[in-house]
Ligand binder design. Sequence first.
Ligand code: GSH
Length: 217
Amino acid sequence: MSGYTLVIGNKNYSSWSLRPWLVMKHLGLEFDEVVIALFQGDFKDKIFAHSPAGKVPILKAGGVDVWDSLAICEFLADQYPDARLWPENQAEKALARSISYEMHSGFFTIRNEMPMNIRRKIDGFKISADCQGEIDRVKEIWTECLSKKTQEGPFLFGQFSIADAMYAPIVWRFNSYGVQLDGVLADYSHAMRSMDIMQDWVAAAKDEEWVIDIAEV
Ligand SMILES: N[C@@H](CCC(=O)N[C@@H](CS)C(=O)NCC(=O)O)C(=O)O
């Protein structure tokens, strides 16, 4: 299938947009990108012009529209089975799906208190007890995956998978707000941040001039 368009929000802030964008770049797909500056002017009308759900990201795939980050990732996994966007091993696939859906449906405190803001690097950020609890859960997840993985590679299941895409914004949040990572967790964060496709996203985020005040905590 060709003729993809991915509608996304500001690269500096839109954590949900980053996830399917990374997966599409990882697949090496050619696609058009429509970036909508969120929370500015008639941004909502611009989003509604693409999807009745009124949120980004949205994938337009040759007559098929898919919205919601994880639905887009699942659609791509179905379209490109040979790319193994989920691990092949059934136990690892179940774990990868569980942690991806856990991210998609939870971690509200991290999302609220530590918005993704790729440009930002803050010293002495005060982390609430609730937020610390969620940070500890993320560290537990990463530690479990990295210790159980059966494939070679620096990512949660060895090779890059949808699970890494789902946790990519968390990697940036930990980096921006100074969450300390050691050993294998520090290595994982470094591997994620060093990916060429991630660096391309970061460069574009740094070039953006839009500022969303509520995300500048
Ligand atoms: N569950 C959705 C969440 C999408 C979402 O909340 N997107 C934000 C940007 S990161 C958005 O469109 N915000 C604009 C608004 O809520 O009006 C997904 O996974 O894609």
